[in-house]
Write a protein that binds this ligand. Structure first.
Ligand SMILES: *Cc1c(COP(=O)(O)O)cnc(C)c1O
Length: 371
């Protein structure tokens, strides 16, 4: 049976106001965030850790989670978890910690808090797409300053853009996604010095970079750092964290939805803080695989891999569309990033580093395509 509302004056009026008439035009014109389906494919597209928890740890976690009071709201401000993370992750006493539903949410909250009229958000491009997307959702213009062809920062362009546009937030992904490289510390320091607003150092790939801006965080007042447990091996629980001075966090925390970290995530993260060695060990395997994959890529004719400090490698191939499809036919899903920047990323694929078995299969498939 079809439901057909009676025509009354009221719903006649409602019919007139379609979503297209009500929703902001910039959102109507926005594409939805693309997430590829990976059914039956080896998933090397979005930088997940390929390892699941060992069976006995799974069982123990299950027992732990089964005892939670799911009828209760999460603990306000995530206090016990923050305390535990502070110790486990060695956050200095002078710095405060704020948790987000993934660092995606933190990016959004930072921009929301700083979205004064007439300001803008800036980042080098290509970089993480959420910076531009969050800016747009918060009605701020996004100014992207192109990297050079080797993905180093164009310092004169960046310094003059900072002067001209005076962004309220500058994002620097350290290492950068999708290029995988780390920019030199002295350049970052120079950009921080030249920035009129807040500088956010995004360390999503810190477990693979083996370096951090954390030791320098107290040197300048207008810098915060964001990290995530996603790339380390817990993408499913959605937990990101922001480290910064109490002066910043006391205000940023007001924008945070009060119960943004759910009970299951809080408990799982607390549980895993006692088992970080396991995740660190997996990260070490992946760093090793990155070296193996890079070497193999640099021996392939027509293929140019770019040096990476993360758990993925950006690679230029003769034809990104054909190679993406070729890998897919061979059961491997990667990310074709060539549309993320018209020139700088031409014919580039982003390969997430997987297990030794997955790396071997990937190399074999790429060798076939290069023939
Ligand atoms: C993956 C990624 C994030 C988002 O991480 P979540 O915590 O899963 O939301 C943030 N920044 C960069 C640079 C990333 O690559």
């Amino acid at each position: 049976m079809q439901l057909r509302p009676k025509k009354t004056p009221l719903n006649k009026k409602l019919n007139m106001t379609s979503p297209e008439q009500l929703i902001r035009p910039e959102i109507l014109n926005m594409p939805a965030y693309p997430v590829a389906s990976a059914q039956d494919l080896i998933k090397l597209d979005i930088m997940e850790n390929p390892y699941e928890l060992p069976e006995e740890t799974q069982f123990e976690l299950g027992q732990h989670l089964s005892r939670l009071a799911l009828n209760r709201y999460p603990v306000a401000g995530n206090y016990p978890l923050r305390l535990k993370m502070r110790t486990a992750l060695q956050i200095p006493q002078e710095l405060e910690l704020m948790l987000g539903n993934g660092s995606d949410e933190l990016i959004h909250l930072i921009i929301q808090a700083c979205a004064r009229e007439g300001t803008c958000v800036m980042a080098p491009v290509p970089s993480f797409v959420m910076y531009a997307m969050s800016a747009q959702l918060n009605r701020l213009p996004f100014v992207g300053v192109p990297l050079q062809t080797d993905f180093s920062i164009d310092m004169p362009a960046m310094l003059s853009a900072l002067k001209q546009h005076k962004p309220s937030v500058l994002f620097l992904a350290y290492p950068n996604n999708p290029t995988g490289n780390l920019w030199p510390e002295d350049q970052i320091a120079q950009l921080i010095k030249a920035s009129p607003g807040l500088v956010v150092i995004d360390e999503a790939y810190q477990p693979f970079a083996e370096t951090s801006w954390l030791p320098h965080l107290l040197e300048a007042p207008n810098v915060v750092l964001i990290r995530t447990l996603s790339k380390l091996g817990l993408a499913g629980i959605r937990l990101g964290y922001l480290i910064g001075s109490p002066q910043w966090l006391k205000h940023l925390d007001k924008v945070r939805p009060p119960f943004n970290i759910n009970v299951l995530t809080q408990a799982t993260a607390e549980f895993m803080m006692d088992r970080l060695a396991l995740l660190d060990w997996q990260a070490a395997i992946l760093r090793e695989q990155r070296i193996i994959l890079f070497k193999a890529l640099s021996h392939l004719p027509g293929v140019i891999p770019f040096e990476s400090h993360s758990n993925f490698i950006l690679v230029r191939v003769p034809n990104a569309v054909a190679w993406f499809e070729g890998l897919k036919t061979r059961g491997i899903l990667v990310k074709n990033v060539s549309n993320m920047h018209p020139t700088l990323l031409a014919n580039c694929l982003r390969l997430t580093v997987g297990t030794p078995e997955q790396t071997a299969l990937l190399i074999y498939a790429l060798q076939e395509l290069a023939r």
